[in-house]
Design a protein around this ligand. Structure first.
Ligand code: FES
Ligand SMILES: [Fe+2]
Length: 431
């Protein structure tokens, strides 16, 4: 349970708020590469309550500016791409990608007014099929060298979906392992509730060993604080002398990494980035290490669940299209799509979950730990210190240990050793 003040600090994202300042201390995904191809039109992007325009100038340079012209506020996403910048349609002011005003054609010839105004501008870079922005103060930190953004393109897939609730409660679902066995459960005989394997590593056991898992066994949870956030171990018995361990990541302050069902060894980086305090984008960056991703893993697995490319059909207004006659097929009566289930569970908590009224239980140990880290980071930022997970040292840009995986292992091998062994294997695959 949190105080109202703590809940506000963690969930409010506008400029100048404690949580908004924390979120702005990190690079955040803001648009997919395919939304702004070479020669494409400027794109409106709404991030953390700010209305911005993303564009490439006529030389291909990337810019991210306040969408409202600093003259009298006209929307620059309609502007002209010419003369080394983006030109406002109202009176022709021209801005370059750094926010410098290059021309004010209606002003007197000898006016120096253009050097006195500046359009707000943020650094932006393209990685792994998306654009990332740094919206904080001062020099941007190093861009973290995550493998799910840096493998060759054919190993990666980037996507996003709109979620109609505050970003935090949706991200908390990523490190709330207990929900999987309920919310996402189906009653098909070949599916084990709570265990939806992607790729299973084996350490200290034979490559042919199968995991003998009790579907109803509640995993034991352990957490470990890392440079980037939190590592979460879910531990189950995997048969005599063995254990089944699933490792997932909470990354400061609004992302997660989860071993994914992408058909091979790999994982998925997930960001929840506020549009405003009541809606956000769930970003999804899938990596398959051992082979290129096949075409089907780039497609929505349940296309019928989507109203449009980035929007789910099920929402609060249509009661998530629950069909109670199918509750003998799925736990929810809301189909098979995990994103839809999560949209229901987190959306129906309220636009911003009231955490003054919750009762955290044993299975909430990871999300409670993540909140403590976020609150500490908010205090660090206030005190002028570098918060956890912000990378200022280029030599430390090594994220091999930021990996999520499933492993069947000899029960005597310590969990932290498993992380190093799997990370080494991933490095070998990367060559
Ligand atoms: S409002 Fe943009 S140039 Fe006047
Ligand atoms: Fe979920």
């Amino acid at each position: 349970m949190l105080t109202q003040e703590q809940n506000d600090a963690l969930t409010r994202s506008s400029a100048g708020t404690p949580g908004g300042t924390l979120l702005r201390s990190y690079w955040q995904p803001i648009a997919l590469s395919k939304e702004l191809p070479e020669g494409g039109a400027p794109v409106s992007v709404d991030v953390m309550g700010e209305e911005l325009v993303l564009f490439r100038d006529d030389q291909g340079r990337l810019g991210l500016l306040d969408r409202h012209c600093c003259h009298r506020g006209t929307d620059l996403s309609f502007g002209r791409l010419e003369d080394g910048g983006l030109r406002c349609l109202y009176h022709g002011w021209l801005y370059d990608v750094t926010g410098c005003c290059l021309e004010q054609p209606a002003e007197p010839k000898n006016s120096t007014f253009k050097s006195k105004v500046r359009q707000r501008a943020y650094p932006v870079i393209e990685r792994g099929g998306a654009f990332f922005a740094y919206m904080g103060e001062g020099e941007p930190p190093e861009f973290p060298n995550y493998d799910f953004l840096s493998y060759p393109e054919e190993h990666l897939h980037a996507a996003k979906v709109l979620v109609e609730c505050n970003f935090l409660q949706a991200n908390e679902g990523n490190y709330d392992p207990a929900h999987v066995g309920f919310l996402h459960k189906t009653f098909e005989s070949d599916r084990k509730p709570g265990l939806k394997f992607g790729y299973l590593h084996r350490v200290g056991v034979s490559e042919t060993d199968v995991a003998e898992i009790e579907p109803e066994e509640t995993p034991r949870l352990e957490t470990e604080v890392t440079d980037f956030g939190l590592r979460i171990f879910q531990i189950r018995s995997g048969g005599a002398g063995r254990k089944y361990v699933r490792v997932t990541i909470f990354g400061m302050p609004n992302f997660s990494v989860i071993a994914g069902p992408q058909g091979g060894d790999g994982h998925i980086g997930i960001w929840h980035v506020p549009i405003d305090d009541y809606t956000h984008w769930r970003w999804h960056f899938a990596l398959r290490r051992d082979a290129p991703l096949d075409a089907t893993s780039r497609l929505r697995r349940n296309p019928g669940e989507y109203e449009s490319e980035f929007k789910l059909k099920r929402n609060a207004a249509n009661r998530y299209l629950q069909d109670r006659s199918t509750m003998n097929e799925t736990y929810t009566g809301m189909g098979n799509n995990f994103n839809s289930h999560d949209a229901f569970a987190t959306g129906s908590q309220g636009a911003i979950q009231d955490r003054t009224r919750e009762h955290l239980a044993t299975t909430d140990v990871a999300l409670a730990a993540a909140r403590r880290l976020m609150l500490k980071a908010i205090d660090d930022v206030k005190a002028g210190n570098v918060p956890q997970g912000v990378l200022r040292d280029a030599d430390a840009n090594d994220y091999r240990l930021l990996c999520s995986f499933d492993v069947l292992a000899d029960e005597n091998i310590p969990n932290t050793d498993l992380v190093h062994i799997i990370a080494e294997r991933a490095a070998v695959t990367a060559g």
